[in-house]
Each structure stands twice: as C-alpha cells, then as structure tokens.
Design a protein around this ligand. Structure first.
Ligand SMILES: *Cc1c(COP(=O)(O)O)cnc(C)c1O
Length: 389
C-alpha cells in the first residue's frame, strides 16, 4: 500500500536535502564532529565556528543580533525558558502574566505551572475568528503585569496576530512581549526590533530543519536577564547549559538561511496550493473554514465538515496524512481546545480537520486530496441521509 499524501506540514516538515547534507558533515571523524566548547584544539574551534555561523543564520531570519540567540532543544524548551526564566528572574508570586486560551500547550502548560506557584495569569479568549484584539490585551494589563505571551501564527487555524501592534503597546506600557513564532518563522517576515519583541521562540523542524533543536531570542538592548532552566557548565551565556549539538545547530541554521531566500517563493507556492484547494472544497459544499479568512497564513487551513461524524471522517480520508486536532482521553475523544475556544459546537469541532501544505506539496496532491474529500464526505452524507441520521 502506498503512503498517504502528506498534508501535515504544520506538525513537522521533512528536512530539506541540502540541510540534511550540511548535518551529515558534522557527525563522523571525517566531519566537523567536535564539541564546540572545546577550546584547546582545532577540532573544537571548527565546531564552534560552524555553530556560530548557524547562530547568525537563525538570527538573520529574525533580523536579530546573533548574540541574542540562545540554542534550545526546540520551541517547547524555548517557551519554557522564556516564561519560567522571566517569572523567576523578574517577577514574584502575585505578579501577573497575559496570554491567550489558544496558545500551544508548551505555553499554556508553563503558565499553569506558574499559577501553581502563585503567579496570576489571564488567558484571553479569542473571538469566533480566532483573533485576539489589541484592546483585549490592553484591558488585561495591570500595574503588576510582567509579560504578555502571544503566538505569531496559530498552529491549528493559521490565524496571524498583529505582533508589531502588540509590541508597541507592550513597550509603551513597560511590559515584556514574548512571541511563539514556531509557525511563522519562514512563513512571514519577522523583525524582532521593528516589532519590539523581547523574547521569541522558534524551532528547526517546522521549516525544513531537524527536530530536537530550537532557539530563544532574548533581547540584548537594553539587556534582559532571565533565569536558566537547565544548569551545568554555563553554556549560552549561562542561560542554557549543555553541549551544543553541532549537527542540529548547523541543520537549523541551514534551514533558516534557506527559508530567508525562499520566503517569497514559498509564500507564492502556498497561496497557489490554498487557492486550488479552497476552490475544490467549496464546490463540495457544507464545509467551512475555521478562523479568519483574511488574517491567515496560506499553508494551514482548518475545515469544519457539517453533517458528518468526526471519527468516520478521519477513516474515509485515510489516504491523506492530516491532523484532527482532537485528543483522546481515557474515556472519550475531546475536540480541539482551540476550536472550542472559537465557539465551535462540540460536534463540529470534532468533525474539523487541519490540512497543512509545504514546499514539496504539488498541485496534483491538492487535486487528489480534493477528490478524496469529495468522495469520502459524499459517502458519509449519503449514508446518514439514507439512515436518517
Ligand atoms: C510545534 C510548535 C511548538 C513546539 O515546538 P517543538 O520544537 O516541537 O518543541 C510550539 N509552538 C508552536 C506554535 C508550534 O507549532
């Protein structure tokens, strides 16, 4: 049996072949394998040089100072470091933080943890299009607010937050802004200075780099001191200890450099795929887009299928590798908390699916996906019409 068509790029992307090649050059005796922290020999210097080149490549995509980049194991760790690191260094129990109800779990779970330690957290609800307004954020700010954490692009619905406007508001009010940009790096232009962002989380594996590596941008002017969450050895200017994985850093750097040169071409490609997909889907009928249709990235589209059972839907679409967003608990299937926060009814949230496209998705894949959806949905609706429900 052939593999399903991969339309789950928002979960992870394959590594670009040129990126894989760069990584392969950092593993064996013949390659650049050494510990970048080894100061006493040339092997170490070469590894350090490679890691610092990669750091510059990551920084360049964010228009950041390379010295402001802290390597982590991914965006999850970057979010942990940003949130707990700020809470520990710059706040105290009773201090207040603002985030949204539709952040990634790597942000929400950190804030839940902080609540357990006595910090106060406001979880802003989005409107039914998945937007968090500037007015909402402004109204939530208190004298004791330390930081706002909001994502740039939502991983389930693709809706974009206006980070530049939020940055201006936060700067004016003397509040830090932390942005989870795991889904926007390589998709949207980012400039941490122009956007007035203080902390930004990114990772390699959402933009054709490897899994298991990420970075946190930590503002340098004026300097921002956050508390390390991993201790031992004082790497990364004391913010994140541990031997740097040369091949992982080099892979992420190469992927970010490639993303910078491909930003426009990738964007055009995603637009083309989305237009074709939506035209095909709309012709089927009874399918609506979850989240704002205007303020979104083109590579993620979340669809609600009326009058079909969510579980059966996944089954008839098994020729497509897509994501349901729902989570299995011990007793039942729970719909996506993001879609529920948008106000989608339980059933419709359960029969919603995320399709996400990438650099290697072809128009043929889109046509095939539309055909599979048409056939599958038609079958389910025909059945339910005949059985009267
Ligand atoms: C994937 C993702 C993360 C987690 O990143 P990892 O590198 O897998 O830890 C965090 N936030 C968002 C928005 C994501 O899409």
């Amino acid at each position: 049996m052939s593999l399903p068509i991969y339309l789950d790029y928002a979960a992870t992307t394959p590594v670009d072949p040129t990126v894989a090649e760069a990584m392969t050059g950092c593993l064996t005796m013949a390659g650049n394998f050494a510990n970048p922290a080894s100061r006493s020999h040339r092997y170490g210097w070469l590894a350090e040089e490679a890691v610092e080149t990669a750091r510059r490549q990551v920084a360049d995509l964010l228009h950041a100072d390379p010295r402001a980049i802290v390597w982590t194991s991914g965006a999850t760790e970057a979010n942990n470091l940003a949130i707990k690191g700020v809470a520990e260094a710059l706040a105290a129990p009773g201090s207040h933080f603002v985030t949204s109800a539709i952040e990634h779990k790597a942000v929400l779970d950190c804030y839940q943890y902080l609540e357990g330690k006595g910090f106060q957290v406001t979880y802003l609800p989005p409107n039914n299009l998945g937007e968090i307004s500037l007015e909402q954020v402004e109204a939530a700010l208190r004298p004791e607010t330390v930081m706002v954490s909001l994502m740039h692009v939502n991983n389930e619905i693709g809706v974009i937050n206006d980070i530049a406007a939020l940055g201006q508001l936060c700067r004016e009010r003397g509040v830090l802004l932390h942005v989870d940009a795991a889904q926007s790096a390589g998709k949207l232009a980012i400039d941490v200075n122009a956007m007035q962002v203080d902390l930004m989380s990114v990772c390699g594996h959402k933009i054709y780099g490897p899994k298991g590596v990420g970075a946190l941008y930590v503002r340098r002017t004026p300097p921002l001191t956050i508390a390390a969450q991993i201790h031992g050895g004082g790497h990364e200017r004391g913010m994140r200890s541990g031997t740097l994985p040369t091949h992982q850093c080099v892979g992420m750097g190469a992927a970010f450099a490639l993303a910078a040169t491909q930003l426009e071409a990738d964007g055009d490609h995603y637009q083309q795929l989305l237009a074709r997909f939506l035209a095909g889907i709309q012709a089927i009928g009874g399918i609506t887009v979850n989240g704002d249709s205007d303020r979104r990235v083109a590579n993620i589209i979340n669809l609600a299928f009326a009058d079909v059972d969510g579980e059966k839907l996944m089954l008839v679409l098994r020729e497509l590798a897509i994501s349901s967003g729902s989570a299995c608990t011990s007793a039942s299937i729970e719909p996506s908390y993001v879609l529920r926060a948008l106000g989608l009814p339980h059933e419709l949230a359960l029969s919603s699916l995320r399709f996400s496209f990438g650099r290697y998705t072809q128009l043929d894949d889109i046509d095939r996906a539309v055909a599979v959806v048409r056939e599958g949905v038609g079958k389910l609706r025909g059945l339910s019409a005949r059985t009267g429900g």
